[in-house]
Design a protein around this ligand. Structure first.
Ligand SMILES: [Zn+2]
Length: 409
């Protein structure tokens, strides 16, 4: 009898071990895919231009998954080696903390959550199992540890001066590894953002905790209505709540960029009405080239442009109704023609449970597609990152100086 019991326990222990070793990779492989369709050839001109660009991507969910961002992975869409291959200068890394079961673009309640089982399957710290705030703080901790281990290859960005020093270091073309060896790889910047500020857990004081952890951009909602605002994919799809308004004002005061991605139309209208600083749509598409409910109408694009902000265009099928580089360029062209090139940006949604045609190492595909769509070199420079650098540098400056400075007469 006892021998049987030991055998059963042993089998259970082995099954658990196999589960926790294999499940995170299997889940991610199923969620973050590359569709394998053929890619157009890239010209020598596109290659040469691409090498001279300062590239910024406004949204990726890589921190959600259990892998080391410093290592080249066989799965997903990005990691540091692939960002280097793609000549990316600055990557905004989002913290996603809750996503409803049966998630869809039309209507979701916030009653269920898929990320809880992912968090447990990935054996994250227990404090992240039940707290959405702790999930975000864990994502920040993961990034900060990677930055430490990278030497200067991964470069934390939380202030305009960090962007200046990053660009200066990139122009030198070298970075230091953990052991202090100089390598001829320019550093890649990383800035944290929040995908759905339900991670505040209803307490405005938690915004300080997120800020202290390095978060500098935030979208109010994700796939369900929360205590700040309605989601484009929620049940009621309402506007900003009083708490949502308080958070938007406080973000603007602190120098955290407000992101309208996933917000309901009423929420977007409310944000655009009260915005005093540039607002971004970090990842998505436009209705004019892809009629999906989460994509921006022309009126919304004009509204974002009026704040001096950015429209980050995604690469996945539901953002641009296809995964071809040409359809990405088509959406970017629409924004350019409607409001001007200075509002066009990249918002990949890599590793965001998306299916794309190419990972970040092959970003030259976008440069090629923009050339093919008739963009000038200067326009390509602006769309691929120049605009984002401008908006981030302006947006990260706190509106109200810290009390110690304000007190000086
Ligand atoms: Zn998203």
């Amino acid at each position: 009898m006892r021998r049987w019991l030991i055998a059963i326990l042993l089998i259970l222990a082995l099954a658990a071990l196999a589960f926790f070793a294999l499940a995170p990779g299997m889940i991610e492989r199923g969620m973050n895919q590359i569709d394998g369709k053929p890619l157009p050839p890239v010209s020598a001109r596109a290659q040469a231009l691409h090498r001279t660009l300062t590239i910024v991507d406004l949204h990726s969910d890589t921190l959600l998954w259990k892998r080391d961002i410093l290592d080249r992975a066989e799965r997903g869409h990005m990691d540091l080696p692939r960002l280097e291959d793609g000549n990316v200068a600055l990557q905004v890394l989002a913290s996603t903390t809750k996503s409803p079961k049966g998630q869809n673009y039309d209507a979701n309640s916030g009653d269920t959550d898929n990320i809880t089982s992912l968090v447990i399957a990935q054996l994250q710290p227990v404090r992240t199992w039940s707290s959405l705030l702790e999930r975000s703080l864990w994502h920040a901790e993961k990034l900060h540890r990677a930055v430490q281990r990278s030497g200067t290859e991964l470069w934390p960005v939380a202030a305009p001066k960090d962007i200046d020093s990053l660009l200066f270091a990139r122009s030198a073309g070298t970075s230091k590894t953990e052991s202090g060896t100089i390598v001829s790889r320019p550093p890649v910047g990383a800035m944290l953002s929040v995908e759905g500020l339900h991670n505040l857990e209803g307490d405005i004081a938690n915004l300080d905790k997120l800020y202290a952890a390095g978060f500098r951009m935030g979208g109010l909602t994700h796939f369900f209505d929360n205590d700040l605002a309605g989601s484009m994919h929620g049940l009621k799809k309402g506007g900003l709540t009083p708490f949502g308004r308080e958070v938007v004002s406080e973000m603007e005061a602190k120098g955290m960029i407000v992101d309208i991605a996933h917000c309901s139309s009423a929420c977007v209208a409310d944000i655009l009405k009260m915005a005093r600083r540039p607002v971004v749509s970090s990842h998505g598409g436009v209705q004019a080239t892809c009629k999906v409910n989460r994509n921006l109408s022309d009126a919304q694009i004009r509204g974002v442009a009026a704040t001096g902000g950015l429209i980050g265009i995604g690469y996945w099928d539901a953002a641009v109704c296809d995964t071809s580089p040409a359809s990405i360029a088509k959406a970017m062209k629409h924004v350019r023609d409607l409001v001007g090139i200075e509002h066009v940006a990249l918002g990949s949604d890599y590793d965001g449970a998306t299916t794309v045609r190419f990972d970040t190492s092959k970003l030259v595909q976008v440069t090629q597609a923009l050339i093919d769509a008739g963009f000038s070199d200067d326009e390509i420079r602006a769309a691929m990152g120049g605009n984002a650098i401008r908006v981030l540098k302006a947006g990260l400056v706190p509106l109200t100086p810290p009390p110690s400075i304000a007190a000086v007469p």
